[in-house]
Design a protein around this ligand. Structure first.
Ligand code: ZN
Length: 239
């Protein structure tokens, strides 16, 4: 068998290897598994984000609680001043307006603390929901994973067999020709085509009859349109 025909036989096995690799990658079990993994990751990230938010809220609540305590102390001090016997009336009105200002600050802080506590409670609820969802996804994921592990092992064994077959067929093909095949494969799959009439069997482009003749004579000719290496038609080759 000549080199080109050996390469043709190799291509058959090479295509089978690629097809199985593709099937493995596109296995529905694997795709579902990837989706579950993404969903798990998403839940985890959301949960971490909420944890951070709750922690910031707790910090803010602490700060508000400190501010409220300070206002209480200031209000008590004001009251003491107002109660003092030597307080003159203009001082009293100043003290009253100061007390009003403190009261305003206080209710602002208390409002904010109330909102934060409500938001924090909402987030706690979200965290609980996420936990439930996470556990559900995780169980599904584990179930699929054990199915996929079996599937993957079987496919890999098949793939090994096919690869060995391809390696067998590659034996005896010159390294230069194999390089050419691999280079063409980078842009055209499959890299080899047959001459069909006067056309490239890969892209159906018509070839000048001189080119067809050269192909039939066994020259290495690549299609000018698709770049494939064109082999003579079956009936005229291997004779
Ligand atoms: Zn072509």
């Amino acid at each position: 068998m000549d080199q080109l025909e050996m390469l043709w036989e190799y291509q058959k096995e090479d295509i089978a290897v690629d097809k199985l690799k593709n099937d493995i990658k596109r296995s529905p079990t694997r795709q579902k598994l990837v989706k579950y993994r993404e969903a798990l990751l998403e839940q985890k990230e959301t949960s971490e984000q909420i944890t951070n938010e709750i922690s910031a809220m707790t910090d803010r609540l602490d700060a508000l609680s400190d501010a409220i305590k300070m206002i209480d102390e200031q209000a008590a001090a004001l009251k003491n001043k107002a109660d003092a016997e030597n307080t003159v009336s203009e001082d009293v009105s100043r003290l009253i307006s100061e007390a009003k200002r403190l009261q305003n600050n206080l209710s602002g802080y208390e409002q904010e603390a109330k909102h934060i506590r409500k938001d924090a409670a909402d987030r706690d609820r979200m965290q609980r929901d996420i936990k439930v969802r996470f556990a559900k996804y995780k169980a599904e994921y584990e179930k699929l994973k054990s199915i996929y592990d079996v599937e993957f092992k079987e496919s890999n064994e098949k793939l090994e067999t096919l690869k060995n077959k391809a390696a067998e067929k590659a034996k005896g093909i010159s390294p230069e020709l194999m390089d050419k095949y691999r280079n063409i494969k980078l842009h055209s799959v499959p890299p080899l085509a047959r001459l069909v009439g006067n056309q490239c069997g890969g892209c159906n482009m018509s070839l000048p009859s001189a080119v067809s003749r050269s192909i039939k004579a066994g020259q290495l000719i690549e299609c000018e349109t698709c770049g494939r290496l064109i082999l003579p038609p079956l009936e005229s080759s291997a004779l």
